[in-house]
Design a protein around this ligand. Structure first.
Ligand code: ADP
Ligand code: MG
Length: 422
């Protein structure tokens, strides 16, 4: 896949209507609907401000949550959840949609920009069309939640065409949604010249750079809960990396596959054979494949679990591995210290419990000290690095959980593939 894409700086936007796909899928308070973090809105500001400074008329759009755009389907889903069918009125359905309106985002965006953000009542309906037509250079309009349209998640060409017809250029800056081939993330690019905004550009530079032309040696640190969710990533990185480091819950499947005792640790016995194959594949390819040599285990899966340090593969019955041990940390830090590029996906232990966050923290610290390009991908990995206070020490923390995983798997991302090659 080509990661070298035209950006918003490569096209004329001045005086033009620009359809800008943002990731305004913000977390909300369940009761009040209030936005609990505006991080994603803040992240979108550089591209929006650039477009407005260039005198573009910006038609922003995004999805928010998972609204059910069809009343019949909503009824079916609610009934499956055990709701009384008689209570499932159209009014209630509309209320469930209203909770996912982007109006609060328009308000917050307006505060951050210090200018009015016009809110449309729909995506491609009368209101959106009229407001888009009336929009002047330097003004910004936000369309309603794209998933209120049935055609959005089906990538319906009619919807894509209708969205595209309001604008002259398409700019995508919603990295968190590029792994989805939806009308607003990919379909519209069939009808408009399509380029990336600054957020996607940075993701492509760092994630794309780390994969397509890494400064070597390339060290990949892989952890997290399950091997099964990381098979694609391990497979792809086996082709690219010089060293692969395994930690976290997935390491016990590797350990068990080699005859180790793993007690109550996370174990996916179905994946033991596969784990062995991967170790063999690494050997055949000359990729260093490092597994933990010691383990901090707990007597239960809880923050206040009693803990003890044991050798890897010697976890006593009734205990479970919750973090990598100090010998492993040393081994892994040495492997990282000479790296040219480090890609990190998946925490080394249950970092949510402070007593079992040491391994993850030590790796974060080691990364913060290297001169290597350091790229963090994965929702929980990003959260761990932020929580432990190392965020500003990394070269790049990917903003897309699912999207960055698919990126590391080497999959083609529809929302990137549809952009014009540079
Ligand atoms: P990412 O979102 O970065 O891709 P994952 O979702 O794969 O990462 O994994 C993150 C989760 O893995 C964390 O919630 C963490 O608690 C869990 N985890 C890490 N090590 C262990 C372990 N030894 N036992 C159980 N869970 C673990
Ligand atoms: Mg995760």
């Amino acid at each position: 896949m080509n990661y070298n894409k035209k950006t918003v700086k490569d096209v004329e936007v001045s005086g033009k209507k620009v359809l800008l796909r943002c990731d305004f899928n913000v977390p909300q308070d369940k009761e009040t609907g209030a936005i609990t973090s505006d991080k994603r809105i803040v992240a979108a500001l550089p591209t929006i401000q650039y477009l407005l400074e260039q005198d573009a008329a910006v038609i922003a759009c995004s999805h928010l949550g998972k609204p059910e755009a069809s009343f019949d389907k909503w009824v079916k889903k609610q009934a499956e959840k055990g709701k009384d069918p008689a209570s499932l009125t159209e009014e209630k359905w509309k209320k469930s949609l209203a909770k996912l309106s982007l109006a609060p985002v328009a308000k917050r965006l307006g505060e951050l920009l210090g200018k009015e953000v016009v809110m449309a009542a729909d995506v491609v309906g009368e209101d959106a069309k009229a407001k888009a037509a009336a929009l002047k250079p330097g003004e910004i309009l936000l369309l309603e939640n794209t998933r209120f349209e049935k055609g959005e998640t089906k990538n319906d060409p009619e919807l894509a065409k209708a969205m595209a017809s309001m604008a002259e250029v398409y700019v995508s800056d919603a990295f968190g949604a590029v792994h989805r081939a939806h009308a607003s993330t990919a379909g519209v690019a069939d009808y408009l010249p399509a380029v990336s905004g600054f957020l996607i550009q940075k993701e492509l530079d760092f994630l794309g750079g780390a994969i397509a032309s890494p400064k070597r040696p390339l060290v990949a640190i892989l952890g997290g809960a399950k091997v099964s969710s990381k098979i694609g990533v391990i497979n792809n990185l086996l082709e690219i990396a010089d060293t692969i480091i395994i930690g976290g819950g997935m390491s016990y499947t590797f350990s068990a596959a080699q005859g180790g005792k793993v007690g109550n640790s996370l174990l996916e016995s179905d994946w033991m054979d596969y784990s062995k194959e991967m170790i063999a594949k690494a050997e055949a390819k000359g990729v260093k494949f490092l597994l933990p040599v010691d383990t901090v285990c707990g007597d239960k899966f809880a923050p206040d679990a009693k803990s003890q340090l044991v050798k890897a593969g010697e976890i006593p019955d009734g205990w479970e591995g919750l973090d990598i041990g100090p010998e492993t940390v040393k081994l892994y830090c040495d492997a990282v210290s000479g790296a040219g590029t480090v890609i990190w996906n998946g925490p080394m232990g249950v970092f949510e419990f402070p007593a079992f966050a040491k391994g993850t923290e030590a790796m974060a610290e080691a990364l913060s000290k290297t001169s290597a390009i350091t790229v963090i991908g994965g929702g929980d990995s990003a959260a761990a690095v932020e929580q432990l206070g190392y965020a500003d020490k990394m070269s790049h923390i990917s903003t897309g959980g699912g999207a960055s995983l698919e990126f590391l798997e080497g999959k083609e991302l529809p929302g990137v593939a549809c952009l014009l090659d540079a």
